[in-house]
Design a protein around this ligand. Structure first.
Ligand SMILES: CC(=O)N[C@H]1[C@@H](OP(=O)(O)OP(=O)(O)OC[C@H]2O[C@@H](n3ccc(=O)[nH]c3=O)[C@H](O)[C@@H]2O)O[C@H](CO)[C@@H](O)[C@@H]1O
Ligand SMILES: C=C(OP(=O)(O)O)C(=O)O
Length: 448
């Protein structure tokens, strides 16, 4: 069993570089299969287990996909796309696999995808995705654990109002609409930077998407799309996690590649706590006084405070003066990390959708487990200031979304190491002959 051992007490300093955004690259890979011709070359693709998973989904559709992990570049040729079913073995690993539905429906008129189900943070409905496809003329049936969507001819452009600004539904419907007949207007859409990145990639492929980043997106359908070159935006959640790492250790860290514009609520709340954040060329410098103030945070869709930073903020709140409150409004079950923090001596009370976090906690190292991706990151952050040794397990969650988090933190002076079971899991892709292979984050750790 892989584990991360952290011995707390080091103040972090130095420079760390943020990788490409997981939540941007996943929909972009799903969109790449819309290209009838030409190759997409996607740069800044992080070497993450989730990238590997969606690559396998795409490969199962008879798409040629190669990843050069050294160059962090992915090449996709979807001209031979022939299958319309995403395999259960991959979809069950990662909900975002469901994002291929819009592209498949648009390009092949059919898609058969296993129901993605809920996960540790909530039940995670897909009703808004399906409502969008149906409004565009698709017939949607659910049976034997699968969703089958089909349309005679092309999807039809229409007006769709989302009941909630779902990130995934916005992306899935946007992709479907690129090849629809006529114009689709989607209202009350998600406005996350990852939506804008997807729109930029789609437009580079020849799509006509306008309004991404606002609450209404307008897509004029085109007859065909072709492969395009694109660079994925930096991961704002990874950047935010390192900002908290600097704050919680009262360190001084330059986070290269962080885009402040994508991190406004995180920056605002850290500043409210007393953290100094200087915008510099190509990144941010984060440092602070020994004493941080308590704050209250409510998670909301963008441009509100991101739920994906909630657990990490709970960690830094434990080190602040006074009691902080976090209200989680996006997911109904995203407080699983509270019990793990308690193992480290934290005093946190959950009341409905809010958590009350007592500050100035004396944290002590303990055996804890990552209950989801960001919970895992948050427990590492808490381990950085805990007295003694923290042992974190269930690392598959971390490997989904953080490239080399252990070596990056070690580079900043943290006393942290990963112990891996000697199972080298190198998964070779179809281009094995040419020497290219997909290396999962966990396999990389095994090799380290
Ligand atoms: C791969 C990816 O980009 N994942 C992100 C994406 O997830 P994801 O796209 O799954 O998140 P959504 O914005 O769709 O979900 C937000 C909320 O809406 C609900 N909902 C969503 C769709 C729907 O049809 N019906 C419904 O009820 C969900 O259960 C959830 O409670 O946005 C989340 C919210 O910022 C982030 O935490 C995830 O990191
Ligand atoms: C919840 C997350 O991702 P996903 O939607 O892929 O589960 C996340 O990135 O924190």
């Amino acid at each position: 069993m892989d584990k991360i051992i952290i011995r707390g007490g080091q103040r972090l300093s130095g420079k760390v570089r943020v990788h490409g955004a997981k939540n941007a690259v996943l929909p972009i890979i799903a969109a790449s299969i819309l290209a009838e011709d030409g190759t997409s070359i996607i740069h800044e693709v992080p070497s993450l287990d989730d990238v590997y998973t969606i690559s396998e989904v795409i490969r199962a559709l008879n798409v040629n996909i190669k990843y050069d992990s050294k160059a962090e570049t992915l090449t996709v040729d979807a001209s031979n796309l022939s299958e319309v079913e995403a395999p259960y073995e991959w979809v069950r690993k990662m909900r975002a696999s469901f994002l291929v539905m819009g592209s498949l429906l648009a390009r092949k008129g059919q898609a058969r995808i296993p129901l993605p189900g809920g996960c540790a943070i909530g039940s995670r409905g897909i009703d808004q995705h399906l409502k969008g496809f149906e409004a565009m003329g698709a017939k949607v049936e659910i049976g034997q654990g699968y969703i089958l969507a089909s349309v005679d001819g092309r999807l039809k452009g229409t007006k769709i109002y989302l009941d909630i600004p779902s990130v995934g539904a916005t992306e899935n419907i946007m992709m479907a609409a690129t090849l629809a007949e006529g114009t689709t207007v989607i209202e009350n859409v998600a406005q996350e930077p990852e939506i804008v990145d997807l729109a930029n990639y789609l437009n580079a492929m020849g799509a006509r998407v306008r309004g991404a980043g606002t609450d209404t997106i307008r897509i004029e359908g085109v007859e065909r799309l072709v492969g395009a070159v694109h660079s994925v935006i930096p991961d704002r959640i990874e950047a935010g996690t390192f900002m908290v790492a600097a704050a919680i250790t009262r360190g001084d860290v330059f986070i290269e590649n962080a885009i402040v514009d994508h991190l406004k609520p995180v920056v605002a709340k850290l500043r409210e706590m007393g953290v100094v954040i200087d915008e510099e060329e190509n990144g941010v410098r984060v440092y602070c006084n020994p004493e941080l103030k308590c704050v209250d945070v409510k998670t909301l869709p963008h441009p509100g405070f991101p739920t994906d930073m909630q657990a990490q903020f709970m960690a830094v709140m434990l080190s602040a003066k006074g009691s902080s409150i976090i209200t989680e409004t996006v997911f109904e079950n995203r407080f699983m990390h509270v019990d793990e923090f308690k193992r480290m001596g934290a005093n946190i009370k959950i009341e409905g959708r809010s958590s009350i976090i007592s500050g100035e906690a004396h944290l002590t190292g303990a055996k804890v487990k990552a209950t989801d991706l960001r919970a895992g990151a948050a427990l590492i952050l808490a381990g950085l200031i805990a007295e003694g040794e923290t042992e974190l397990t269930e690392l598959h969650h971390i490997d989904r979304g953080y490239v080399d988090i252990v070596s990056k933190l070690r580079g900043l002076g943290a006393n942290i190491e990963r112990h891996s079971t000697p199972v080298v899991q190198l998964v070779k892709d179809e281009s094995e002959k040419s020497g290219e292979m997909v290396v999962t984050a966990s396999s990389k750790a095994s090799l380290a």
